[in-house]
Design a protein. Structure first.
Ligand SMILES: Nc1ncnc2c1ncn2[C@@H]1O[C@H](COP(=O)(O)OP(=O)(O)OP(=O)(O)O)[C@@H](O)[C@H]1O
Length: 253
């Protein structure tokens, strides 16, 4: 049985550098739990900005967001972010080792560190051999992405806001990371709100699609409908461009 976990009412955000110019506006929608919603659209449409608003990392210039019926003012920022957690495309590693980064959540929230779970999830995303005593600053981009993801998963949020979290990964690590996220969704009912430019990923994981264009949420549809029968000319053009790019891509035997 699905229920509403996030509600967006007339949400709007202006360009940070150009007040009075709207990056997007009038976004009203609902995220049901548990569901996997993709946020799609061309670059610069405000997808990351929208996700950051939902993660209580930025504030809207218009409208309201509710999580489980309550506005941000009724939650503390810390409690909201523990329940609706953002994972950045280029995550910031905290000073210290990989282990210290993974222990951030337990330190901040005075919980026991779930060492076995952390090991299991690191293994699941292809980092089973990573030396936890290594300074986190020395990790590759793809390693940082996965350590940041596991660091956030240890919060056990109800909603994960995923900002192109597999963009720096090779095909095998990407698949492994997708599998872990889908497993958490299936087992714990974690709601996923997922920005991706990866066509295959979108087709394989998405249940619902939000399509942003021209500062509006133009489509909010079941994924099958969006991919097979988009309702707007903008979405049709976007899908044709993606399909053409994919067909032009070199084949790797
Ligand atoms: N902190 C900021 N200061 C100035 N401009 C910003 C800031 N954050 C976002 N913007 C601008 O807002 C617009 C939307 O950015 P955003 O990253 O949200 O788009 P996006 O749809 O996620 O793009 P992409 O798919 O390329 O990641 C861009 O023009 C960006 O330059």
């Amino acid at each position: 049985m699905s229920s509403s976990i996030l509600t967006l009412e007339q949400l709007g955000k202006q360009f940070p550098s150009q007040p009075d110019t709207w990056l997007f506006s009038g976004i009203s929608a609902e995220i049901l739990s548990p569901e996997i919603t993709l946020i799609m659209g061309k670059s610069g449409q405000g997808k990351s900005t929208l996700l950051r608003l939902l993660g209580f990392l930025d504030t809207p210039d218009h409208g309201t967001i509710r999580h489980l019926g309550k506005t941000p003012a009724e939650w503390s920022a810390e409690k909201w972010r523990m329940s609706v957690s953002y994972v950045a495309q280029h995550p910031v590693m905290l000073p210290g080792t990989v282990e210290e980064n993974l222990q951030t959540v337990s330190r901040l929230h005075k919980r026991p560190f779930e060492s076995d779970t952390a090991h299991q999830w690191m293994e699941a995303v292809g980092l089973g051999d990573l030396d936890w005593s290594k300074p986190a600053a020395q990790l590759s981009g793809g390693e940082k992405q996965r350590v940041a993801l596991v660091r956030t998963l240890l919060l056990r949020p109800s909603v994960l806001l995923l900002d192109e979290v597999t963009a720096s990964l090779d095909a095998i690590s990407k698949r492994a990371t997708e599998e872990l996220l889908l497993d958490l969704h299936r087992r714990f009912g974690t709601t996923l709100l997922w920005i991706t430019h990866d066509w295959e990923q979108a087709r394989s994981v998405g249940q619902r699609v939000w399509f942003l264009a021209g500062g509006r949420l133009l489509e909010d549809s079941p994924a099958a409908l969006f991919f097979h029968a988009p309702q707007t000319p903008e979405a049709r053009e976007f899908l044709i461009l993606h399909r053409d790019q994919k067909e032009d891509a070199p084949c790797h035997p």
